[in-house]
Write a protein that binds this ligand. Structure first.
Ligand SMILES: [Zn+2]
Length: 334
């Protein structure tokens, strides 16, 4: 249990308890010193491996001997709280790490240690192996869906918060496994907005490429029943649009492709396809992309709704250009 103060640490006189600043506090009447109690800073780490398991250490000493917890310990004078977290991780689990971000800050009143301010960081593991340190019985990874009861309630709270923060990103990574195998953990997703934009653009492009038939069916299920020859021409608008947009999303220049839309416009006019059918075929084509993006769970809150809106706006502009060039051909303006 936390030790009680009996003698003044300055003059050695016995301590009394006085009501000062709205609280009972230790006080030395001899040298008139009030002892203010401050919470002790504690640093804790959440480390996740590629299988989305969390690193826990088994406690060798009381309190909570034999129970599991996140790597955790008191910060010492002369080190930052981040340094304390990384030091504890190294001491208890033999892991070298790098701070990613703060996950949780919690203040608790503990019977054993008194008041604590526990700061939990997400830490990226840099060294490949783990090894229990001298003050731990064991160090092991546990699935996030099935880990033992934790010694500290604060650890439990921080871990829940961590799962809450990343569960959408993980769902997205899982749904993208086939088309983006390079992304295995949330660390693979860039933090800069421009990089996120490129990533999402290339994901959408890969999505279209990997299952073009699905996009054709999506389009087909939305369009009205055209006559057979018109149907083929209108479907080719959709197919050509997808082909061009895939190139463009991958970062290619596509000006030449736009001219083909004018040629297609001329052909549509020659075959007597109505303007209203052309416009609806284009609108449904554009919609088919977003139907799939939403269905595949690709855009989620952590990847910034802003990025999604920006891509959406650019795709709308892209289809506006397609419409313009088809109309140019249709009106024989080329
Ligand atoms: Zn004193």
């Amino acid at each position: 249990m936390k030790k009680k103060r009996i003698f003044c640490s300055y003059c050695g006189a016995p301590i009394t308890v006085k009501f000062i600043d709205e609280k009972y506090r230790d006080h030395c009447d001899n040298c008139n010193t009030t002892f203010y109690e401050n919470p002790l800073p504690v640093a804790s780490c959440i480390v996740i491996n590629d299988k989305r398991e969390v690193l826990l250490v088994q406690r060798k000493n009381d309190p909570y001997k034999n129970m599991w917890c996140l790597p955790i310990g008191f910060a010492e004078t002369g080190e930052s709280i981040e340094q304390a977290a990384l030091r504890e991780l190294k001491e208890e689990a033999g892991v070298t790490g790098e701070i990613v971000c703060i996950i949780d800050v919690d203040t608790v009143s503990n019977y054993f240690y008194g008041d604590l301010a526990i700061i939990t960081f997400e830490v990226k593991q840099l060294s490949p192996t783990i090894k229990a340190g001298d003050d731990a019985l064991d160090a092991k990874f546990f699935p996030l869906s099935n880990y033992p009861p934790l010694a500290w309630e604060s650890n439990e709270k921080a871990l829940h918060k961590f799962i809450e923060i990343y569960k959408d990103v993980w769902a997205m990574i899982d749904s993208l496994k086939v088309i983006q195998p390079a992304i295995t953990t949330h660390h693979d997703i860039p933090r800069e907005k421009s990089k996120q934009y490129e990533l999402i653009a290339s994901i959408i492009a890969s999505l279209i490429e990997s299952d073009i038939e699905l996009f054709n069916l999506q389009w087909d299920s939305q369009v009205p029943k055209y006559n057979a020859s018109h149907y083929t021409l209108l479907l080719s608008i959709h197919q050509k649009a997808l082909e061009t947009i895939t190139l463009w999303l991958h970062g290619n220049r596509v000006w030449k492709n736009f001219r083909e839309f004018s040629a297609l416009g001329m052909q549509l006019k020659k075959e007597g396809v109505l303007l209203k059918d052309i416009l609806s075929a284009i609108a449904i084509s554009r919609k088919s992309i977003w139907m799939q993006v939403i269905e595949k769970n690709i855009l989620h809150s952590p990847l910034e709704i802003y990025t999604a809106l920006e891509i959406n706006n650019r795709i709308i502009l892209f289809y506006d250009k397609i419409t313009y060039f088809i109309m140019k051909g249709y009106e024989h303006l080329i």
